[in-house]
Design a protein around this ligand. Structure first.
Ligand SMILES: *[C@@H]1O[C@H](CO)[C@@H](O)[C@H](O)[C@H]1NC(C)=O
Ligand SMILES: *[C@@H]1O[C@H](CO)[C@@H](O)[C@H](O)[C@H]1NC(C)=O
Ligand SMILES: *[C@@H]1O[C@H](CO)[C@@H](O)[C@H](O)[C@H]1NC(C)=O
Ligand SMILES: *[C@@H]1O[C@H](CO)[C@@H](O)[C@H](O)[C@H]1NC(C)=O
Length: 489
């Protein structure tokens, strides 16, 4: 939004100041300010990431041609031959799914590089594809940009090919060299993905994560770093795409480490007392495997919707993997399923039945004429910076209610969003229809979706009670929706 710009001559300001002060200081109308934030807060890039809701992962490499998930590192680069590779088709598939960021496996555990790295010959440069003159990363980046989308990259820490792996200093130097290639050659990269995956018999290796993270931030200012331990985005603790029913974006970064099995539950739920803002990303594949296998088919629409409700609907971002096949294209069955998935999400959420209702709240910051913080804010299109705020005099039992006089509202999904720009606050909430409780939950965060266990409900009033909160709750959006795909039986 453009801010109006005023300029005054200094003498004019002085005159105004002296004239105003004695007469109208107390009578001056003071616009009610936003409340103080509750720390920690998201960074600008984390907020942008959160609003993406769905990101696409693309696992592609030698495994695509060997029908495997973890390559051995001994693959002959000559097997990499995607005769019909078309990255524009990948970007179209992503756009069809309403995705704004795509992340490509530039190198997986097998060590084969999809770009011609000058630090190894185990790459596309030794494949027959484009007679060794191709660069999948470049083509990927070009297609993503042409579509107006953003790009991210995965560079596997575990490398089963390179002989430097296991020699701590040499391998960290090699890894950092490749990271520099990827983050300087291809323009803006919005997410970089690190994991702790490693086979049980792999050589011992200490990764210099601090060096890696510092270099990433030095080379890319708007990037988010994903790993088990953040620092910007954390792993959700499983590969099913499910966040905890309680899911805080806050956590103590000092309790996290990469590849540590004992923190899985902590990652899944976050920490209400956490001192760092490190929201969770839910990675899952549209098929059983991460790489393409002829024998596998995409998950059913109902499974994808279940994943959506348990990831995006639990304050997380969904990272959905869609593997290109050995021709170098996203399979038609996956393209169709993605379109269906997006169509279903749009069908469910494009109509908000609460918009027809009368809205009331337990109180509002600055009073009814104080401006700015009334309950109607939850019905506009801004899901971050306009919000209902109760009065700070109110200490508990905050509520917001939607009422209709004539016709009952019929729905089976309730959407609640917090104004997370001022911190995640809500610890416990309940939903009532005509005085009967239909759902309850703990955290809300950027987006909480309740797909009602009892199925369709109808009534004249819907009340959301905020039972426990850190400070006053700030609600940026509420939706009452009808999901025609939901059948609890
Ligand atoms: C890794 O280090 C541990 C402890 O130092 C040792 O027991 C193990 O044998 C080592 N593994 C390999 C593959 O070298
Ligand atoms: C795993 O995490 C726990 C909890 O933070 C910590 O006590 C433990 O030292 C970590 N283990 C490793 C190997 O980092
Ligand atoms: C996280 O850190 C806060 C502040 O130091 C502390 O109160 C809280 O107990 C920590 N959480 C855990 C699980 O240790
Ligand atoms: C890859 O997908 C494309 C698009 O559906 C299809 O035309 C092609 O035959 C597929 N390749 C293989 C090897 O299945």
């Amino acid at each position: 939004m453009a801010q109006p710009h005023y300029s005054f001559h200094i003498p004019t300001l002085l005159v105004l100041f002296f004239f105003q002060l004695p007469f109208s200081w107390s009578a001056q109308v003071q616009v009610v300010t936003p409340p103080l934030p509750i720390l920690p807060l998201p960074s600008y890039s984390q907020l942008k990431w959160q609003q993406r809701e769905i990101i696409m992962f693309l696992h592609f490499g030698v495994n695509t041609f060997t029908d495997s998930e973890w390559g051995t590192g001994r693959e002959n680069p000559s097997i990499f031959y995607p005769t019909g590779l078309d990255t524009a088709q990948w970007a179209d598939a992503a756009a069809g799914a309403g995705v704004s960021l795509m992340i490509l496996t530039a190198k997986h555990h097998d060590g084969f590089c999809l770009w011609p790295s000058k630090y190894t010959d185990h790459s596309v440069a030794r494949s027959p594809w484009k007679k060794g003159h191709g660069d999948v990363v470049q083509e990927f980046i070009d297609a993503v940009r042409a579509r107006g989308l953003d790009a991210g990259l995965y560079l596997s820490p575990w490398d089963r090919h390179d002989p430097r792996y296991g020699h701590v200093k040499l391998y960290n130097e090699y890894y950092l060299a490749q990271l520099q290639e990827l983050l300087t050659r291809y323009g803006d990269v919005r997410e970089v993905w690190f994991d702790g995956a490693k086979g049980p018999n792999a050589p011992n290796m200490t990764y210099y994560f601090n060096d890696w993270f510092s270099m990433v931030k030095e080379l890319q200012s708007a990037i988010n770093i994903f790993s088990d331990a953040g620092p910007d985005v954390r792993w959700v603790g499983n590969e099913k795409g499910y966040a905890g029913t309680t899911c805080w974006s806050t956590i103590n970064a000092t309790s996290l480490s990469i590849g540590n099995g004992s923190i899985i539950d902590y990652l899944n739920s976050g920490d209400p007392k956490g001192t760092n803002w490190v929201p969770a990303e839910c990675d899952v594949s549209i098929r059983k495997g991460w790489f393409w296998h002829k024998s596998q088919a995409p998950k059913k629409l109902t499974q994808l919707l279940e994943i959506y409700y348990k990831s995006v609907g639990r304050n997380c971002v969904l990272l959905l993997n869609v593997p290109p096949n050995s021709t170098g294209l996203v399979s038609e069955s996956d393209v169709q399923r993605l379109k269906q998935f997006r169509g279903a999400i749009d069908t469910i959420f494009s109509t908000n039945l609460a918009e027809k209702c009368w809205v009331e709240a337990s109180s509002q910051r600055g009073g009814e004429n104080g401006g700015g913080f009334g309950p109607k804010n939850v019905l506009d299109d801004d899901h971050l910076w306009t919000y209902w705020a109760p009065s700070e005099d109110e200490k508990e039992n905050y509520w917001i209610e939607f009422r209709t006089r004539t016709k009952r509202i019929t729905f089976n999904v309730v959407r609640i969003q917090e104004a997370i720009g001022l911190g995640q606050r809500i610890k416990k909430h309940e939903i009532y229809v005509d005085g009967v409780r239909v759902a309850k939950g703990t955290t809300i965060g950027y987006k909480r979706l309740h797909r009602l266990e009892m199925g369709i409900v109808d009534g004249f009033s819907v009340r959301i009670k905020i039972v426990k909160s850190k400070g006053i709750p700030l609600i940026s959006s509420v939706g009452l929706h009808f999901d025609p795909f939901w059948n609890p039986n």
